[in-house]
Design a protein around this ligand. Sequence first.
Ligand code: ADP
Ligand code: MG
Length: 683
Amino acid sequence: METGGAPAPIRAAEALRKKLAKIGLHSEADLLLHLPLRYEDETCLTSVERALNGEAVQLELTVRHSEVQFRPRRQLVVRAADASGEITLRFFSFYPSQQAMLAEGARIRVFGEVRGGFFGLEMVHPRLRKIAEGEPLPAALTPVYPTTAGVGNGTLQKLIGAALAEAESANTLADTLPDELRQRLKLAGFARSLRFLHMPPPDADRDALQARQHPAWRRIKFDEVLAQQLSLRRAYLARRDQGAPVLRARDDLGARLLDSLPFGLTGAQTRALAEIGGDLAQPYPMQRLLQGDVGAGKTIVAALAACQAISAGWQAAFMAPTEILAEQHYLKLCDWLQPLGVRVAWLAGSLKSKAKREQLAAAAGEAQLVVGTHALIQDSVDFARLGLAIVDEQHRFGVAQRLALRKKGGNPHQLMMSATPIPRTLAMSYYADLDVTVLDELPPGRTPIKTRLVADNRRADVVGFVRKHVEEGRQAYWVCPLIEESEALQLQTAEETYAQLAAELPGLRVGLVHGRLKAGDKQAVMVAFAAGGIDVLVATTVIEVGVDVPNASLMVIEHAERFGLSQLHQLRGRVGRGRYESSCVLIYAGPLGEVARQRLKIIFEHSDGFEIARRDLQLRGPGEFVGARQSGVPLLRYADLEQDAELVELARTVAEEMLNAHPTLAAAHLRRWLGAREELLKS
Ligand code: ADP
Ligand code: MG
């Protein structure tokens, strides 16, 4: 598998090869890295008499009778026995070959869970093998492979065994880690580890093997993670070979924007801007992620980066995931930049066709900054000379959408922003191809947000609290209960909540905003709220991301137990943005499930987004966390980001070292682990 050229196809009949392809097994090399899911102990036999209900056992039997029954549904029913008693084997799906194997008089070994059925002992779908009289028992644990319909474990075992023998004799299992490195990291050899996992010797440490903690597993998991790191790192380096416009400010636009602000930048903002500014002046495309907790002030950093692009004679695009947010950015950016003479265009799905034509013409022509939603990446959009693409709340976009924006303007620099802090192991594993800047400081003068948990039987008190708050001149958000199953119900709930609060708060101006409002109406409500024309804004989670109204300093969330942690954190982050003391009231309805209780406890005790995200990861596991991002990254089959965090750390440094000092081995490693799949990643 080290030799270049096309990988050797699996030596099997065409029909079998097709089935194997379904589980991603195309070549002999794929077979080698197809490792057992678990192991079963088939080294000893039990007798029918001694088999216990619910226990997984192995029996050696002679078939007495075999027939296909049709009631209650089609099934193959086999009566078989050993010297101590009889048992029924049931198969609800079976192949003619299996039926033939189970003819009367056949000698078989079956492995499975015994159940005490109505008609005596039975096994449903045991694994089975025909044997010859007196055939010895296996001496070692039996690997159980991930398999597919029509391919038995035994078949896979044979194919893999043959592939392994072949590879060993052809000497293609050479280690891709230099000896010195392997010893330093105390990692087992590759070939040995592979053989060990496919064919564990009789004296193998069974617990370590099952728990995937054995040194052989450690080596394989390390290799897998290393391949991921190498591939991401290589993508990162490959980007440096592509050209991008060198964006050096040619006037004082940025300085004038800074002068016009009522505040100065925080140290963190200044540092971030310096990093971004440095990247933009390079002749290869920046791909930087700006992370900062909600309210950290990412928008102004982006605006100043845009100034650099504009002042260099290029365009900047600013894309946000929702129309409310995009609109808000648009208004703010106009506010900041139009007085300085910058031409800003606006693109969103809701634009009427005439306005749209005008804005498209602007993008293709004299506009210097184009703000919008996904509309920015549609085919009809042509940028005259896009130099910088900014993507806000990037985790809300899929990989494809971000790539599309990049392709829009040849090869613009990319600035991605996210308030969803990614725990370190995840970031290392899924964002290794990005540079990351963290805004680790909030603007000054923020008072911490007080979080309160209130049971729903005290809702009336909360309404009183809202009134008092408004009477002090502040504004409030009231987030409706989340109803994920049905959009119609969600809408109804929002309208009911609105009507109820309007009735409960006479004299106060209550507004409503939800996802189904027409874009224009949504905008009108948001503008009114921002201008202080609405006291209490009843809202669905459409306000979750980015919305910024400093005078709003109370956030009430009904049925808080239904929301996810990052949602709660984002929602809470809508307040605490001005100089007023802010609070967040989480109304919950009991009885609480364990996870919901944990979530509320975490959000109550913590305000730091990274800490919340870290705990969220523990609560949920990494799968859900990464979302769309996953589609572009080699998935891990064997390593586990949480459990094997230490390996990820290690692989990250080793990847760097390998690419520098051992490029040939690094390439061999990638070929071994990613093979053809690597092509996908380059797209
Ligand atoms: P986020 O990082 O969540 O996108 P925003 O960019 O919306 O945060 O900023 C939150 C609020 O803080 C805005 O009203 C913004 O104008 C304000 N802000 C940003 N930077 C500073 C600063 N250095 N000093 C004071 N206020 C700031
Ligand atoms: Mg923001």
